[in-house]
Design a protein around this ligand. Structure first.
Ligand SMILES: CC(C)(COP(=O)(O)OP(=O)(O)OC[C@H]1O[C@@H](n2cnc3c(N)ncnc32)[C@H](O)[C@@H]1OP(=O)(O)O)[C@@H](O)C(=O)NCCC(=O)NCCS
Length: 387
């Protein structure tokens, strides 16, 4: 189908919101699931927010001047979140969805975003296949947990509302677990007063932007997540997403009366670190796949480092070459150097290291190293990188 794509505008909200509601409802009812959105208005409300939010980029597809679908990229943090993507049921399965996906992967590549992630409804064969063909890898099975707030406390794990002063500590926990922070989303949640932190042994060891479908949480262990879940007074949206491979937490939730609403899949392309702690992902926005559109990061044991705040290429090079791991080993193999402006694509080769765990030392002040991508050789296990 010959669709034209353009950036989304706030005035598209009514039509896109209605399509969003109808598209999800159609596929859900085919599988005897309740609709994802309780009403058309709820769809319009969500899309109004997304189309007006400066942190989200929306793309709209039109056929003969009529809007037939939309898709969104959450650009607030290091790793972008994709979705919701919806296509009018009357024109589904004719290529519009693929175009909407490709447009946002192009956008992510243009903006040098290191990775894109999404959450997919496991029963939806079409979206699963489409995303896989576009380079997304399956990362985690998820359960959408539903039920009444638990009202549980975990001794030694105190939960309180988060404030901006907590941002750095929270980002540290997230970076430890995911290898990158989710600062933009967290700051948004702090501003909206939905974010909470959990303190243990006198320090912040976890946080939640809220407990809900569009919110994420991280903790050094399951006790942190139990405390955050136990303190939540409501679950925003249709429930919260729980990685079911976290058997202990999954059982704990089930034993506390929560039920599984549906099974979903976390998929990602680009930079992905196997999480090193407990976490709850959010619907559209936590997360290497061979994505041709993210070629900048399609490297084998190669690491790209962006030297933020250095306009000068020589300065960048000397800064990056000065980076070393705590053990004194150099980065594996530095292939690309990016600057914000003008785009620089310099090459700098550093000695290869066999290090399984490479940590880029945290540069001070404005000189902040940002690991932008790593992908394992196909027959090698993935490696973790952290700032
Ligand atoms: C998911 C959705 C956006 C896809 O859009 P679409 O326009 O229907 O999809 P397209 O026609 O562009 O692409 C579908 C692809 O899946 C393939 N496909 C469909 N069913 C398949 C199956 N059972 N097995 C393997 N491949 C399948 C098609 O062949 C096509 O691949 P191609 O692009 O390589 O030819 C759309 O169906 C939709 O709005 N669904 C309801 C809302 C939803 O579920 N959104 C996604 C939330 S995770």
């Amino acid at each position: 189908m010959d669709a034209t794509l353009r950036p989304g505008r706030p005035e598209d909200a009514n039509t896109c919101g209605a399509i969003c509601y109808e598209a999800f409802k159609a596929i859900a009812s085919q599988h005897n699931f309740p609709p994802d959105f309780p009403s058309r208005e709820a769809g319009v409300e969500l899309l109004s927010m997304l189309l007006a939010h400066p942190g989200f980029y929306g793309v709209v597809a039109e056929v003969e001047g009529r809007i037939v679908g939309s898709n969104f990229l959450d650009e607030r943090s290091t790793i972008a979140g994709l979705g919701p993507i919806t296509v009018d049921p009357s024109v589904q399965n004719s290529g519009v969805g693929r175009r909407l996906m490709e447009a946002l992967l192009d956008r992510a590549a243009q903006r040098s975003l290191p990775g894109v992630r999404l959450v997919q409804a496991a029963y939806h064969m079409r979206s699963l296949s489409l995303y896989a063909k576009l380079g997304f890898a399956i990362r985690e099975p998820l359960a959408l947990m539903q039920g009444a707030p638990l009202q549980a406390t975990i001794p030694g794990y105190a939960v309180r509302q988060a404030s901006e002063e907590d941002l750095a500590a929270c980002n540290r926990v997230c970076t430890h677990i995911h290898g990158h922070d989710r600062s933009g989303e967290l700051l948004n949640a702090i501003t909206q007063a939905t974010a909470t932190v959990v303190e243990h042994d006198g320090r912040i060891t976890g946080y939640a932007t809220a407990v809900g479908f569009f919110a994420h949480a991280v903790g050094e262990g399951n006790d942190e997540l139990k405390a955050l879940l136990g303190a939540a007074t409501a679950y925003l949206g249709p429930g919260f997403l729980l990685p079911t491979r976290n058997t202990e937490l999954f059982r704990w939730c089930l034993e506390h009366g929560l039920r599984v609403g549906q099974v979903m899949t976390l998929m990602s392309t680009g930079l992905y670190n196997e999480p090193a702690g407990a976490y709850l992902p959010s619907f559209s926005t936590d997360s290497s796949g061979a994505c041709p559109r993210l070629n900048g990061w399609r490297t084998c044991w190669e690491v790209g480092v962006r030297a933020v705040g250095h306009e000068d290429q020589a300065e960048q090079r000397s800064f990056v070459e000065g980076l070393s791991t705590p053990s004194g080993t150099r980065l594996l193999h530095l292939t690309e150097l990016w600057s914000r402006r003008p785009p620089v694509s310099a090459r700098a080769s550093l000695p290869l290291s066999e290090a399984a765990e490479t940590t880029v030392c945290d540069a001070r002040s404005a000189m902040r190293a940002w690991v932008t991508g790593v992908e394992a050789l196909e027959d090698e296990p993935p490696q973790r990188l952290a700032l």
